[in-house]
Design a protein around this ligand. Structure first.
Ligand code: AMP
Length: 110
């Protein structure tokens, strides 16, 4: 079982900041901004490409969660990111949406 599947299964003391039928959210272990939350599908998909193919409605659920969390975190602006593939910086191969906020962000991203 992958690390995010274990978190979703409640194997750790991870605090869930948001949960619905399809997705759940928790804080990133190594935050890259004052707010850095990961929103994941409960079912295992390697990346957002696979998730989009097999559970497109869950992609919408991820963004709905991001919107609610941005509001509950009091974020004025925020950035949402999917890293897809190692070359794009993906290190955990269970699809996840990063929600980052609380500081300015540069463009283009690194
Ligand atoms: P990515 O590099 O896009 O695959 O993002 C994976 C993210 O998962 C990184 O920001 C890590 O800091 C984070 N991460 C890895 N393991 C854990 C964990 N056990 N709990 C919370 N965040 C984690």
């Amino acid at each position: 079982m992958c690390i995010f599947c274990k978190i979703a299964a409640g194997e750790f003391t991870t605090e869930f900041l948001y949960e619905d039928e399809f997705v759940l959210a928790f804080r990133d272990l190594e935050p890259q901004a004052p707010t850095h939350i990961l929103i994941i599908p409960k079912n295992h998909f390697e990346n957002v490409e696979a998730l989009s193919k097999f559970e497109p409605l869950t992609v919408a659920a991820l963004f709905r969660a991001a919107t609610e969390l941005a509001e509950s975190e009091g974020l004025v602006g925020h950035r949402t990111v999917f890293n897809t593939g190692a070359s794009a910086g993906q290190s955990v191969f269970h699809a996840h949406l990063h929600l980052l906020g609380g500081r300015p962000f540069a463009w283009p991203p690194g």
